[in-house]
Write a protein that binds this ligand. Structure first.
Ligand SMILES: CC(C)(COP(=O)(O)OP(=O)(O)OC[C@H]1O[C@@H](n2cnc3c(N)ncnc32)[C@H](O)[C@@H]1OP(=O)(O)O)[C@@H](O)C(=O)NCCC(=O)NCCS
Length: 144
C-alpha cells in the first residue's frame, strides 16, 4: 500500500529535527546533532550528492541519496550511484522505500545516466529486483 500523502523532495536543514536522523538510524547509527548534520549536508551539496526525503505531514519518513559520476570510459557516460536508502521504522511496508528508489532512478535517467548501481544485503535482493535491478558482479571492500 502506498501512502497517499507522501511527498518526495530534497533534504533541507529543517528536516534534521523532523525525523531525518531518526529515519537514517534504521540503516546505521546517525548520532549527530542537527548542526553537525547541516554541516555534512553542505559538504554533500558541494560534492554534488543529492539527498532525497519522503515526507508525510512535514515529517521525514524515508530517504535515499543519488550521486552522478561522469566517466572517462563509455564515451563520457554517466553512472548513478544510489546510497543510503532507509525508511523510518514506524513507516515500513507502505511503499516508501520503493517510491524513493524509483524517484532516484528516474532522476538518474533524466540526468542522462546509462545505469544506476547500489549495494545491498542479500535479504533485500527481492526488494530491488521488483524495482527492476538485477544482480551484477560482486562487491569488494577494504576497511581502512
Ligand atoms: C529496505 C527498506 C528501505 C524498505 O523500505 P520500505 O519502505 O519498507 O519498502 P516498501 O514498503 O517500499 O517495500 C516494497 C516491497 O519490498 C518488500 N520489502 C521491504 N523490505 C523488505 C525486506 N527487508 N526483505 C524483503 N522484502 C522487503 C515489501 O514487503 C514490499 O513488498 P510489497 O509491495 O509486495 O508489500 C526498509 O526496510 C529499511 O529502511 N531497512 C533498513 C535500512 C536498509 O537496510 N536499507 C537498505 C540499504 S541497501
Amino acid at each position: 500500500m502506498l501512502l497517499t500523502q507522501i511527498d518526495i523532495g530534497e533534504l533541507n536543514g529543517l528536516d534534521m529535527s523532523r525525523g531525518f536522523l531518526e529515519t537514517l538510524s534504521s540503516l546505521a547509527d546517525a548520532d549527530l546533532t542537527c548542526d553537525e548534520a547541516v554541516k555534512i549536508l553542505r559538504n554533500r551539496i558541494r560534492a554534488g550528492i543529492v539527498t532525497y526525503v519522503a515526507r508525510v505531514d512535514g515529517q521525514v519518513v524515508g530517504t535515499a541519496s543519488l550521486l552522478v559520476e561522469d566517466k572517462f570510459i563509455h564515451n563520457g557516460g554517466r553512472v548513478a550511484h544510489i546510497e543510503d536508502v532507509a525508511t523510518h521504522r514506524d513507516f515500513t511496508k507502505q511503499g516508501i522505500g520503493a517510491a524513493l528508489v524509483h524517484h532516484a532512478t528516474e532522476r538518474a535517467r533524466e540526468l542522462g545516466c546509462y545505469k544506476a548501481i547500489l549495494n545491498c544485503a542479500e535479504n533485500l535482493v527481492p526488494f530491488y529486483e521488483r524495482l527492476g535491478f538485477q544482480r551484477h558482479e560482486q562487491e569488494m571492500r577494504i576497511d581502512l
